[in-house]
Design a protein around this ligand. Structure first.
Ligand code: FES
Length: 533
């Protein structure tokens, strides 16, 4: 078959690819991950690249390679530089030697290491752990390379329809973890053969792909997992580059859409032993929530969609350089914080929540989410702010950044964008409300809200409260717990007793399929409103 050379700018990466491949595939082969929210269907328009010379814009997923090409990738189409949360909560780790005792005879010098891995839909975090003392020696993170086949689990499930495609996704995650292992070993000058144990957590789909278990049923009601159990698999069988006799332990899932990462978060945050009513929230494309006390714990998964990660928003992006990450009002106008001190070219989830909170405070949108007519705001708001409301394409928009020249892109929010935020927040809010009803509690009864995961750590809690993404509690009840899934994986890696504990916890937490609850539609409709305060 005929092959063509593709040069990617500004990376200056050159690859050869067969005729008919898409530019999305070619970029992937060059190690460049493009935004591909719709999984390459040509719908999301997030994979735009420029063909040189002339900077002709094309969708990478739709463009079929038929000649040698030079392609420039704009920063906004790139998936790579987004912030990755590596740290977790400070856990009091108990080291139970039984896990590493069995490997002592292999290496009497006691140089026995382990790996705690959290496979997220977007990011993969690996920690190298000294199995004797329990310390974390180094952490490495990477974007999940499966992202080129769609940003959310639904697109991955749709992609992996055949055994061949499932094997392809499986290989991508194994290669990604092997890369992280190589980096960790280089960073700490250890031999990968001295890594004898791994503990892996992730959402149920990621866990299934990692073990190459069937995932088709996860895409069909009633969304059953093929396996909820923990598995222990020899490293060699999974082609993981640690000691071939090493063991890879995966943790119990809770349900088809609440995976072992939530089990690990519940373990690390110790919600199973608290007296105070606690809500643990991990906001992502799928928001996972756990609510309860030591007496009863419920979990749910809320299909928030990717809006809060910047997808489906006119100027939205992930938390990449140049994305607006915070919006406040100061001196009669709005002030922006932009990642990397670049001129703004987009807005990411935390900026989006801030912007909507500001627009509510200023009455630019009302509690139903509708834009006010600019004329009605004249005299009530500073003119600098009113002048940011502009009608375009027959809908009102709020301009956060107005481009001074043609090479810069403006950043604005449209009426449709506000609706997308409403849908996402309504999904999380409705899920939380339904669990609250199960327990017969009001917002005020929630004593602590623990925000886990990458997104939770970058949002401003006051803005999340303002738009109703979180229950209406005093600000001081909200706490960030970092990458708690990764911390939980580390605990389970080191302590054999916690493996039994994780199993007990996964079975104790009762999963509620919120969409099947009789009052779901009503609660969801009520949650569309911004009437939290
Ligand atoms: S339009 Fe290309 S990935 Fe969505």
């Amino acid at each position: 078959m005929k092959h063509f050379n593709i040069i990617f700018k500004p990376d200056d990466k050159e690859i050869s690819i067969h005729a008919g491949a898409t530019l999305l595939e070619a970029a992937g082969q060059a190690g460049i991950i493009l935004n591909s929210v719709c999984g390459g269907k040509g719908i999301c328009k997030k994979c735009l690249v420029n063909l040189e010379p002339g900077a002709r814009q094309v969708l990478a997923c739709q463009y079929s390679v038929q000649s040698d090409l030079t392609v420039t990738i704009p920063a906004g189409s790139r998936f790579f530089e987004q912030k990755i949360l590596e740290h977790g909560i400070d856990t009091h780790l108990g080291v139970r030697p039984t896990v590493h005792e069995k490997y002592r005879q292999e290496d009497s010098t006691q140089k026995i290491f382990g790996l705690a891995v959290d496979i997220g839909t977007t990011t993969v975090v690996a920690k190298l752990i000294n199995m004797v003392g329990g310390q974390c020696l180094a952490t490495q993170a990477a974007l999940n390379p499966q992202s080129r086949h769609g940003d959310d689990v639904v697109s991955r499930i749709a992609y992996a329809k055949t055994d061949e495609k499932l094997a392809e996704l499986h290989k991508l995650i194994i290669d990604c973890i092997n890369n992280l292992i190589a980096k960790l070993c280089k960073q700490t000058s250890i031999d990968a053969k001295q890594i004898y144990e791994m503990c892996v957590v992730g959402n149920t789909t990621m866990g299934h792909i990692f073990l190459k278990l069937p995932i088709e049923q996860l895409g069909l009601a009633p969304y059953k997992a093929f396996s909820l159990d923990a598995h222990d698999t020899p490293a060699a069988q999974l082609n993981l580059n640690i000691n071939p006799d090493g063991n890879v332990h995966t943790v119990e899932n809770i349900a088809g859409f609440v995976g072992s990462d939530t089990t690990a978060v519940a373990l690390a945050t110790d919600v199973d032993s608290v007296e105070e009513m606690s809500l643990v929230v991990d906001i992502g494309t799928n928001g996972e929530i756990v609510l309860g006390t030591k007496d009863k714990l419920y979990a749910a998964s809320c299909a928030a969609g990717p809006a809060l990660e910047g997808a489906r928003i006119s100027c939205g992006s992930r938390a990449v350089e140049g994305a607006i990450e915070a919006v406040v009002v100061n001196n009669g106008d709005i002030v922006l914080d932009v990642i990397g001190n670049h001129p703004p070219h987009s807005i990411c989830g935390s900026g989006l929540i801030d912007a909507v909170a500001v627009m509510l405070d200023l009455c630019i949108v009302d509690k139903s989410g509708r834009f006010a007519e600019p004329d009605t705001l004249k005299g009530k708001l500073p003119s600098a702010i009113v002048s940011r409301i502009i009608e375009q394409d027959k809908q009102l928009s709020f301009y956060l950044f107005r481009a001074a020249n043609v090479s810069e892109r403006p950043v604005f929010l449209t009426q449709k964008d506000i609706r997308e935020v409403q849908l996402a927040k309504a999904a999380i809010q409705a899920g939380t409300k339904i669990l609250q009803r199960r327990l017969g509690i009001e917002d005020a009864d929630i004593q602590q809200i623990l925000l886990a995961g990458a997104f939770g750590n970058y949002i401003r809690p006051q803005s999340a409260l303002r738009i109703g993404l979180l229950p209406n509690v005093p600000l001081e009840r909200i706490r960030f717990v970092g990458n708690a899934a990764s911390s939980g994986a580390q605990m389970i890696l080191l302590n054999s007793a916690l493996r039994a504990e994780a199993k007990r916890l996964a079975r104790k937490i009762e999963y509620i399929e919120i969409a099947h609850e009789p009052d779901f539609q009503t609660v969801f409709a009520e949650s569309m409103s911004f009437n939290n305060i």
